[in-house]
Structures are given as structure tokens and as C-alpha cells.
Design a protein around this ligand. Structure first.
Ligand code: CA
Length: 232
């Protein structure tokens, strides 16, 4: 998933970025509110982490403007001050959750995963589509209970498609979400990765979990057809 971090403390910003990248996310970084609002407008983030105490445009103002634009992405606020008023103001402005500094990165990652899942309509940390199960906690994938080894990029690709199961996802959307730098973007490589993912998930071409819609993109089947329809 693509996550925008708006935090003015350089050390914390870099630590957050490193932790989120290790967890398989793509990150955009902003050091103040104005930059943050720009990044959120320019790049299609799936979630924003917003420090409330920012120079220039405040975190609250960033959140209000994002919501005024009709953007519904989950927003997690960070606050240095353990004052309930700040949390209430942040939630009232449109944030979905908060963390008080200092916090454990494990807690931040768990909240980020939960927010992303819930925004996609899943309550369970294990995403399922037919025989495919993707555990967002351990970042492991299985098909009919058999473990499937995926690279970090393949995992991110599958997670994205599963969070949007049943919807058409274009190649350009996938390149926007999965690549951090413009220079890496190449929609032809997405085709290669989708091909590999298909072979790993469905080596015998049994249930064809990922459909190609010519000129439009890909769609992951929310419910794969039963292997033997006669017994269903
Ligand atoms: Ca700050």
C-alpha cells in the first residue's frame, strides 16, 4: 500500500519510513503541512500518517482540507502531547485513529494494517479469496492451506488485488501504488509480475484467480469457482 507520512522530526520520519518499507509499503514523505497536502494531492496514498504539531499548515488543517476535498483515505494522527483535547480535535477533523508519542513501531504497524483492511471492508487480518488466504500479520500466503512463497513485490501486488477483490484494477493504478519512484514505473513489468503470481498461486491453471480485462487491467476473483462444481 502507498502511505504518506507527514512528520517534521527528521529522525522519526525516517524511522517511520524504514519500518513501513520493511512491512512492504511504499512511502511518500513530507516534512511540513504544506508539503504533506501537496503529496496527498499528487500521489494516490492509501493511508496518511499525520503529525498534529507541524510547522506551517497544522496537521489538523491538512486533515480538514483532505476531507473537504472528499478524500476518504484512512488517517492516523500522531501527537506528542498526551492531551485528550488534541486527539478529540484530530478525530473531529476527520482522522480515523491516533497514536501518542512515543509509541512502539509494532503498534503503529498493527494500526496501519487494521485501518487499511477496514477501509477495504475487511475486519479479519486474514484476507481470503476462494482458496487463497493472505495473512497480513505474518505476510504469508497459502492456497488451499499450502504455503506459497512470494517475493515482497509479489506479496504487495497480491495484497493490493485482494483488498480490491472483484474490482478492476488498472496497470497504471498498480504502478502508482507499488512503485515509489517514477523511474521504476513500467507497466510492462506489472504484466511480468502478474504472470509470476498466477503461476505461483495456480500452477495447474485450476482456478484462475486473476482475470485480465484487455485494455482495462486485472480483477481478482473474490470467490474462485469450486474445483469440482458437481460436488458444490
Ligand atoms: Ca511535530
Amino acid at each position: 500500500m502507498r502511505i504518506c507520512i507527514i512528520e517534521d522530526e527528521p529522525a522519526l520520519r525516517e524511522q517511520l519510513a524504514a519500518a513501513l518499507r520493511r512491512a512492504g509499503h511504499t512511502v511518500d514523505l513530507a516534512a511540513d503541512g504544506t508539503e504533506g497536502l501537496y503529496a496527498l494531492t499528487e500521489y494516490p496514498a492509501d493511508l496518511a500518517i499525520v503529525d498534529l504539531g507541524l510547522p506551517g499548515l497544522t496537521g489538523l488543517e491538512v486533515i480538514r482540507r483532505v476531507r473537504a476535498d472528499g478524500r476518504r483515505l484512512p488517517i492516523l494522527i500522531l501527537t506528542a502531547r498526551d492531551r485528550w483535547q488534541d486527539k478529540v480535535a484530530g478525530l473531529d477533523a476527520g482522522a480515523d485513529d491516533y497514536l501518542t508519542k512515543p509509541f512502539q513501531f509494532e503498534e503503529l504497524l498493527a494500526r496501519v494494517q487494521a485501518l487499511i483492511r477496514r477501509a477495504a471492508g475487511y475486519a479479519d487480518p486474514v484476507l481470503r479469496a476462494g482458496p487463497i488466504a493472505l495473512d497480513t500479520r505474518s505476510q504469508s500466503v497459502s492456497v488451499d492451506g499450502r504455503a506459497v512463497e512470494l517475493t515482497s513485490f509479489e506479496y504487495r501486488l497480491l495484497e493490493y488485488l485482494m483488498l480490491r477483490a472483484g474490482q478492476v484494477v488498472s496497470k497504471s493504478e498498480l504502478t502508482d501504488k507499488l512503485y515509489e519512484h517514477d523511474s521504476e514505473r513500467d507497466s510492462n513489468t506489472i504484466e511480468v509480475f502478474v504472470g509470476r503470481l498466477r503461476r505461483k498461486l495456480d500452477p495447474d491453471d485450476r482456478f484462475r484467480p486473476i482475470e485480465t480485462l484487455r485494455g482495462r487491467g486485472y480483477r481478482l476473483q473474490p470467490e474462485a469457482p469450486a474445483a469440482d462444481p458437481a460436488r458444490a
